[in-house]
Design a protein around this ligand. Structure first.
Ligand SMILES: Cc1cc2nc3c(=O)[nH]c(=O)nc-3n(C[C@H](O)[C@H](O)[C@H](O)COP(=O)(O)OP(=O)(O)OC[C@H]3O[C@@H](n4cnc5c(N)ncnc54)[C@H](O)[C@@H]3O)c2cc1C
Length: 271
């Protein structure tokens, strides 16, 4: 593993492009607190009803979406309910309540490793990639499938003007739906992808697994696609419970559930 501590990413591109393709990479942008805004809304000059929202990959998706709504811009309200960063959401095609990155993102700026290309029209190390070039599918993207091929630097969304109260009310409605249907407590969100035309939670409940525990890991009684750490659950117990679920659902419905979360350190665990 390599650790680069870099305040100015652009000046370090030569070092980055020299990395071996399989080297792990963590980029630590120095002095984050003094770098100013992590997200910015720029109204489109020719059309005052539209604006481009630019956000750094490290910005919180939820915070960015809420801030846009507060300023009267609509389009990514769904993001206010999803934990994590803009970069993680771009990579994983995060989504909720009918919205997702594939439908909301306009373009992303990425740092490509060596000569591995993601954008179709660029040979630059830093490239601007249109949403169509990110190969989005349900909770997946080319960046996720081609792990380590690129680092997302920032993302742009095109938003539409709307009264702040309307956008904020949409966020509140989504948040209350979450509170009603998803368990509080320590979880990793949805564990399995919904198979086409069905819901992982419904299949798990139908397989009789509601409330089942392995050690401190429990299938939530409120929403079976959530595994809750009831106290002291180990990663192995979560993994065992997940694999038990997959086996039982396969046996009862014939459907093979696919992990939504990425597991590392286990054979076949990379998403
Ligand atoms: C309670 C709960 C509820 C959730 N609900 C939802 C939901 O409704 N919908 C949904 O989609 N997800 C949901 N999730 C999952 C999670 O919020 C999303 O997957 C989120 O987008 C992950 O973002 P992150 O910043 O935490 O990414 P991480 O988990 O840190 O990273 C995810 C992957 O992206 C890579 N990555 C991250 N940033 C970058 C970057 N800048 N450049 C390149 N690669 C990068 C990482 O290496 C990793 O492979 C939920 C999680 C929890 C805990």
């Amino acid at each position: 593993m390599r650790l680069l501590c870099i305040a100015d990413l652009h000046s370090q591109i030569d070092r980055l492009s020299g990395l071996e393709a399989d080297a792990d990479l963590i980029i630590v942008c120095g002095d984050l607190h003094n770098r100013g805004s992590m997200a910015e809304i720029r109204p489109v000059v020719e059309d005052k009803r539209r604006a481009v929202l630019w956000a750094e990959s490290g910005a919180s998706l939820g915070g960015t979406a809420r801030s846009a709504a507060q300023q009267g811009w609509s389009g990514i309200e769904w993001g206010a309910t999803v934990p994590g960063t803009i970069g993680g959401a771009v990579v994983g095609n995060a989504g909720a309540f009918g919205g997702d990155m594939a439908g909301s993102l306009h373009m992303a700026s990425i740092l490509q490793r060596g000569n591995r290309q993601v954008g179709s029209n660029s040979t630059a190390v830093v490239a601007t990639v249109a949403v169509r070039d990110l190969g989005y599918s349900y909770r997946s993207s080319r960046l996720k499938r081609e792990r380590g091929s690129a680092v997302v630097l920032s993302a742009e969304f095109v938003l539409t003007a709307c009264p702040p109260a309307e956008a904020l009310a949409r966020i509140e409605t989504m948040n209350s739906k979450r509170r009603e249907s998803q368990p509080p407590g320590a979880s990793m969100g949805s564990m399995f992808k919904n198979p086409p035309g069905d819901f992982a939670g419904r299949l798990i409940e139908a397989a009789g697994l509601k409330g089942v525990c392995i050690g401190g890991a429990q299938v939530s009684e409120m929403h079976c696609n959530f595994l809750i750490n009831e106290g002291g659950a180990t990663a192995t117990q979560i993994e065992e419970l997940g694999e038990t679920i997959r086996a039982r659902v396969k046996a009862t419905s014939g459907i093979e559930l696919e992990w939504e979360i990425k597991r590392i350190g286990i054979p076949g665990g990379a998403a």
